[in-house]
Design a protein around this ligand. Structure first.
Ligand SMILES: C[S@@+](CC[C@H](N)C(=O)[O-])C[C@H]1O[C@@H](n2cnc3c(N)ncnc32)[C@H](O)[C@@H]1O
Length: 225
């Protein structure tokens, strides 16, 4: 089968993103599996993950290297975390913060199968609750449908992101204002993050997630100091 890559660790098979499973035989959400001579490949569907949608829509920045340390805010049942777990491999670490106990129960099941995801039951707007345990990370990733999406990213980047590390945010316009024009909401969210005096974030790129996720924008920042 013809194989290209989206990024190291993310393969393009039949035009779609796939990762090579670090837990062959174990599915996370009923994803399609391709069994090839060098392993089991899991379909990372853009309809089920905003990061996959961003890749398919042309994302250029992908800081999830082998062995990377990631703080993931809004881990839910661990779908996107599980694909990142394949990409960063057994030497990497993903700290998955989730506020819902119900979602965390499913996430713990995924963590038990994979040794590189660590569940944290916490409110991502209170990074002081977990920053000391997490330490400094290479990437802060946020997919939290909350009004204060901007402050959550800035405060977690301030507390946990290394200088030179990346902060990535799926902006959900409808969680902030269901009536306003999404474009004006994206601009306001990005401007607030850039204006935060402690986070020191600079905008790297932005990618629209429509048609996979209506009224969503994916924004990537780098920490300058
Ligand atoms: C859209 S879902 C995330 C889906 C997940 N990122 C994926 O792709 O597999 C958003 C999640 O954020 C969680 N959430 C909402 N507010 C939160 C907060 N303040 N702190 C932590 N998690 C929160 C919700 O419980 C929900 O599970």
């Amino acid at each position: 089968m013809k194989r290209e890559v989206f990024f190291p660790g993310v393969y393009k098979l039949r035009g779609q993103p796939y990762t090579r499973s670090i837990t062959p035989g174990f599915k996370v959400h009923g994803e399609k599996i391709l069994r090839l001579p060098d392993g089991e490949f899991r379909h990372w569907a853009p309809e089920h993950s905003k990061l996959s949608a961003a890749m398919v829509q042309g994302l250029k920045t992908f800081p999830f290297k082998t062995g990377a340390k990631v703080l993931y805010l809004g881990a839910a049942q661990g779908v996107t975390c599980s694909f990142l777990s394949d990409v960063i491999g057994p030497d990497g670490e993903i700290f998955g913060v989730e506020i819902s106990k119900r979602a965390l129960r499913d996430l713990i099941f995924v963590c038990e199968k994979r040794g590189n995801i660590f569940p944290i039951l916490a409110d991502a707007s209170q990074p002081q609750e977990y920053a000391a345990d997490v330490g400094k990370v290479d990437v802060v990733f946020e997919d939290v449908a909350a009004r204060e999406q901007d402050d959550i990213l800035a405060h977690n980047a301030t507390a946990c992101l290394k200088t030179g590390g990346y902060a990535m945010l799926a902006i959900k316009a409808r969680s902030i204002d269901s009536a306003a024009n999404p474009d004006s909401i994206y601009e306001k969210v990005i401007a607030k993050i850039l204006a935060d005096p402690h986070a020191h974030l600079e905008l790297v790129e932005k990618v629209r997630l429509d048609p996979y996720e209506a009224d969503h924008m994916f924004a990537v920042f780098v920490k300058k100091k």
